[in-house]
Design a protein. Structure first.
Length: 492
C-alpha cells in the first residue's frame, strides 16, 4: 500500500498537542516557555520551547500507542527506498557507532577506510573492534584523500577472511564518492554487510543527476545527517537498513545502548518535515540547487587566482568514482594563502562562514536553501579576497607529508591504547611512541592520529605546522601540542 507523503506524523502530533492545550507535569521543566529565563526567550523565541515536549507521555501517550515516531520512520524509509529507518537525535556520530556495534564486537575485525570520521574511531574505542584499515586513494598533488576503491576492500577481505563487514565514507566532506555498488557486491559475495557513512549525502536520493545513494547501490546500513545537506536541525540523523544481513531488532538494540532516553521532539519534527519536503518537492529543489551550483562554480572559476575543484580534478582511475557538485571546493594556491587565512578573513570582513578549511582550500557548501542573493554575497566576498590577498601576511607553511609518510603503524587496538596506562611526553620525544589519544584536524574531522598508532616525525611535524598556521585541533589533551599523550609503558 502506497504511503501518504503529505502527512508528517510528528508535526501533526505536535500541532494536536497545542490544540488540546495539554498541561504537563513532566519534563521539560520550562513548561512550554513559562519558566524559561526572559533573556533566553528573547533570543530563542518561544517557538523553540513550544516545540520542546516529552516524546513519550507528551507528543505520544505513555505507551506510544499513537505510533507517532514509528509512522514517521516508516515514511522516511519509504522515501529513500530503505526497509527500516531509525531517527536519532545525537547526530550521525551516534548512528555510525550503532551501525558498527551491530556488525562487529570486541576483537572482531571490521574493514574501514582510513579516511573515516573521528566518530568511527570513537566507535572502535568504545567497542574494542579491531580495525583493518583500507587506504584511501591519495591525491599526492592536492594532498587530499578520496574513498578507497572496491578492489582495495577485495584485497583486504582476501587477507582477512574473518572480517565481519566493511565501512566506507561516501561522500567525503570534499564531495567525492565511492563505487558503492561494486563495494556492496564485494561484501555480499562473502555474506557480510556494508556500512556507508553517508553523513554528507542526505540529498542524494532525490535527483537522478546526483551520485548514487547507498540504499539504491545495495548497502546494508546507511547513516545520514539530515542537518548537513538537508534542512533538519543540528544533531538530526537517521540510519537506514535493508536486507537480512543485519537484523533490524539488533540494530535498534545497539542504538538504544548509545542513545538518549530524552530525545528532542524538535529534532524529530525537523527530520519528519524534511522528509515530507523532499518526498513532495525533492527533485525540483535539488534540480534548482544543481543549476545554481553550476553557475556559481563557473563564476568562481572566472575569478583570477581561484580554482574550483571539479570532476577532472577529483575523479578518474586514481581518484574518486563520482562527485557531488554541491560542496564547492575552492583551491587558493594561486593566491598564496591558506584556507585558514581565507576563512578567517571572510568571517571577519564579510560575515561569511566557510565550511571546510585546510592548508590550501575552503569549501562553500551549497544546498537547496541557497539562491542568487546568498551566492552573490559569496562571489563578491571572494572577489575582494582576491584583491586583498597580496597584502595578507605570508601564508604559514603547513608541512603535509606525502601519502607514504602520512600513514602510521596500528601497533595496538584503539581501545587498549586509549584506556590503558598513559603519560604525557614532550612532542619532540613522541616519535616512535604509541599514541593514547586522537588528534583530529577539524573540519573535516578525519583523525591524523589514532589511539594505538605509532607516532612518526612527519605526522607530528604536519600537526605542529598546521596548528601554527591556524588548524583547529579540538581533541588532544594538550591543545597547544606541547605534549602528546602516549601509552606507558610502551608495549614491545
Amino acid at each position: 500500500m502506497a504511503l501518504d507523503h503529505t502527512r508528517a506524523p510528528v508535526l501533526e502530533a505536535l500541532a494536536d498537542y497545542h490544540r488540546r492545550e495539554r498541561l504537563a507535569f513532566t519534563p521539560p521543566g520550562h513548561k512550554q516557555a513559562r519558566g524559561a529565563d526572559p533573556a533566553v526567550r528573547e533570543v530563542l523565541g518561544d517557538a523553540v520551547f513550544l516545540g520542546d515536549v516529552l516524546a513519550s507521555g507528551g507528543l505520544d501517550d505513555r505507551l506510544t500507542r499513537g505510533r507517532v515516531l514509528e509512522r514517521a520512520e516508516e515514511l522516511m524509509a519509504d522515501a529513500v527506498h530503505a526497509e527500516h529507518t531509525f531517527f536519532t537525535t545525537c547526530g550521525s556520530s551516534l548512528s555510525v557507532k550503532a551501525a558498527m556495534l551491530a556488525v562487529a564486537g570486541p576483537h572482531e575485525k571490521l574493514l574501514i577506510g582510513r579516511d573515516a570520521h573521528k566518530s568511527v574511531v570513537s566507535g572502535l574505542i568504545l567497542s574494542g573492534i579491531e580495525p583493518v584499515w583500507i587506504e584511501p586513494r591519495w591525491d599526492a598533488e592536492r594532498r587530499l584523500a578520496h574513498p578507497p576503491s572496491a578492489a582495495e576492500y577485495e584485497k583486504a577481505f582476501d587477507a582477512h577472511p574473518d572480517a565481519k563487514g566493511a565501512l566506507v565514507t561516501s561522500p567525503t566532506p570534499y564531495g567525492t564518492c565511492a563505487a558503492l555498488g561494486d563495494l556492496a557486491e564485494v561484501c555480499h559475495r562473502r555474506s557480510v554487510p556494508l556500512i556507508v557513512d553517508e553523513a554528507w549525502g542526505a540529498h542524494l536520493p532525490f535527483h537522478p543527476d546526483l551520485p548514487s545513494w547507498a540504499m539504491d547501490a545495495g548497502a546494508d546500513i546507511c547513516v545520514t545527517s539530515i542537518h548537513k545537506m538537508g534542512s533538519g536541525l543540528e544533531q538530526g540523523s537517521v540510519f537506514h537498513l535493508r536486507g537480512d544481513l543485519v537484523p533490524a531488532d539488533l540494530l535498534k538494540m545497539r542504538a538504544d545502548l548509545l542513545g538518549t532516553t530524552s530525545p528532542s521532539v524538535l529534532l524529530y519534527a525537523g527530520l519528519d518535515g524534511w522528509r515530507r519536503q523532499m518526498a513532495l518537492r525533492g527533485k525540483e529543489l535539488m534540480g534548482g540547487a544543481l543549476d545554481l551550483a553550476a553557475r556559481v562554480r563557473e563564476r568562481i572559476e572566472g575569478i583570477e587566482g581561484l580554482h574550483v575543484n571539479d570532476r577532472a580534478d577529483f575523479c578518474g582511475p586514481d581518484g574518486a568514482d563520482d562527485m557531488d557538485p554541491l560542496p564547492v571546493v575552492i583551491d587558493l594556491e594561486g593566491l598564496g594563502i591558506t584556507g585558514f587565512q581565507a576563512a578567517d578573513w571572510l568571517r571577519e570582513h564579510h560575515g561569511i562562514d566557510a565550511h571546510l578549511t585546510d592548508h590550501r582550500r575552503i569549501g562553500a557548501q551549497l544546498t537547496h536553501a541557497d539562491d542568487e542573493e546568498t551566492t552573490g554575497q559569496l562571489l563578491a566576498a571572494l572577489r575582494e579576497l582576491v584583491r586583498v590577498a597580496p597584502g595578507l601576511d605570508p601564508a604559514p607553511r603547513v608541512d603535509v607529508p606525502p601519502p607514504a609518510r602520512l600513514r602510521m603503524e596500528q601497533a595496538a587496538l584503539p581501545r587498549d591504547a586509549f584506556f590503558g596506562p598513559a603519560e604525557n611526553v614532550p612532542v619532540a620525544e613522541a616519535a616512535g611512541r604509541i599514541a593514547a589519544e586522537m588528534i583530529t584536524p577539524y573540519p573535516p574531522g578525519i583523525p591524523a592520529v589514532l589511539p594505538g598508532e605509532r607516532l612518526t616525525e612527519p605526522v607530528l611535524r604536519y600537526l605542529r605546522t598546521g596548528l601554527a598556521a591556524g588548524m583547529n585541533l579540538p581533541d588532544p589533551a594538550d591543545p597547544e601540542l606541547g605534549t602528546i599523550r602516549v601509552t606507558h609503558p610502551d608495549p614491545e
